[in-house]
Design a protein around this ligand. Structure first.
Ligand code: G3I
Length: 390
């Protein structure tokens, strides 16, 4: 295989490329980078600009992320909070201006699309698809099967025995077929199964595993493929950006599924990081080993949280965390997109889940870009064009 090099060689090569990128950045670009208080809508292309417009005419550094993403051939996306999209014009304008890919943060999850058994409600998800079409953005589907955000009629039915394992299997099949069929031709990829391996690298002990046995994973992929043979189908999880026991378990799972001719196309690396934990230095080797299996990869949910309060050192560390993921993706031929899990601290999920932590996104609560935003933009600018023939 072309990419089959030893880990040490790969690490050295990557370090050289990254050092070259960053070296040339600091010497040639520093004076062209706007200050940290640049408003997102002060970009030359503006919120309503066509994708990538004016890149060749204006100052490259003053362009929004999506312009650089387009030149680099790497879609850059965000998770979208549909309540914010509806209520907050600045949020809406920034999603349109900065990103060329969107992922539903919540509205494609089972709990939201079928709150009442048998009554499908795709209204909010359809609105996201419509918004994406209007703004020339890809839609990445999240997620068909998870152990969280399930409808209460389903979890209650399983708990009280009124939904038997056979019936549950039929319900899951119907859910996947309905949802994939509804969005056929509208989403580029699906997170088919989300977080099915736990932090000890075993299959996660969920309602799905307990009721249906381990075969539910292959079944989910086969049902999704039947409903839309063209859409890309992903496994998706957190803590698998570097080489570790959990990413090893995904490598084994993917290898087995491919051997059994299960239609799996890719691995989604969520990338929920924290400055207090440090960052893996084996992201590229990890992504490339999935390349060697013939799978796509995507960074699907990047954010980098920090213990509050915010300070300059933490913001610099945060920028490095985002770049660890972005550069891993840019330097891996099969890496198809880089998505942040929300772009403003105003609507981030982090403070509600991790007490005393926050500031995990690339813009603050007033939509002011942080060093991480600028670092991402600069890396994209240096990366393209063209990039890996994407
Ligand atoms: O639906 C209710 C709404 O009716 C109510 O008004 C509101 C009041 O706070 O709560 C709403 O539900 C919340 C939902 O987000 C929508 O805002 C839930 O309480 C809250 O738990 C839920 O959190 C989501 C979380 O997944 C659930 O585990 C986050 O927004 C979302 O960012 C997060 O996303 C996950 C990915 O799907 C998978 N990977 C990890 C990632 C972060 O946890």
């Amino acid at each position: 295989m072309k990419l089959a090099r030893s880990a040490a060689v790969a690490t050295a090569a990557v370090a050289t490329v990254v050092a070259a990128l960053l070296g040339s950045l600091s010497t040639t670009m520093a004076s062209a980078i706007p200050g940290p208080n640049m408003a997102p809508d002060s970009n030359a292309a503006g919120p309503n600009a066509a994708p990538g417009s004016a890149v060749d005419g204006g100052q490259p550094a003053a362009q929004p992320l999506r312009a650089h993403a387009r030149r680099a051939g790497l879609p850059v996306g965000t998770a979208v909070d549909m309540a914010a999209l509806e209520a907050d014009a600045a949020y809406r304008d920034t999603v349109a201006a900065e990103f060329n890919s969107v992922t539903a943060e919540n509205v494609m999850k089972w709990q939201l699309v079928e709150p009442v058994r048998g009554q499908l409600d795709f209204a909010a998800a359809d609105e996201l698809v419509r918004f994406a079409e209007e703004h020339g953005q890809q839609v990445y589907g999240h997620t068909l099967l998870w152990h969280n955000q399930l409808p209460t009629w389903l979890t209650n039915g399983v708990a009280d025995g009124s939904i038997t394992p056979d019936e549950l299997r039929q319900l899951l099949r119907q859910h996947i077929v309905d949802q994939v069929t509804h969005f056929r031709g509208k989403v580029v990829a699906w997170d088919v199964v989300n977080e099915v391996i736990d932090d000890d690298a075993n299959l996660r002990d969920t309602l799905w595993l307990r009721q249906l046995g381990p075969g539910y994973i292959a079944d989910a992929f086969r049902w999704a493929h039947e409903a839309d043979p063209k859409v890309k189908l992903y496994l998706n999880d957190y803590n698998i950006e570097g080489l570790n026991a959990k990413s090893d378990a995904y490598h084994e799972l993917a290898t087995r599924l491919l051997r059994e001719r299960v239609p799996v196309d890719g691995i989604g690396i969520q990338g929920h990081l924290g400055v207090q934990f440090g960052f893996s230095n084996t992201v590229i080797e990890n992504l490339r080993r999935f390349d060697e299996l013939g799978l796509e990869t995507s960074i699907t949910e990047a954010d980098v949280r920090m213990p509050l309060p915010v300070d300059t050192a933490k913001l610099q560390a945060q920028a490095r965390g985002f770049l660890t993921l972005l550069e891993g993706c840019l330097l891996t031929p099969g890496c198809k997109r880089f998505t942040v899990w929300g772009f403003t601290d105003r609507y981030s999920w982090v403070p509600g889940f991790f007490t005393g932590q926050g500031a995990a996104t690339i813009m603050d609560e007033r939509f002011q870009p942080k060093p991480a935003y600028e670092a991402i933009r600069n890396d994209l600018m240096l990366a393209g064009p063209p990039h890996h023939g994407r």
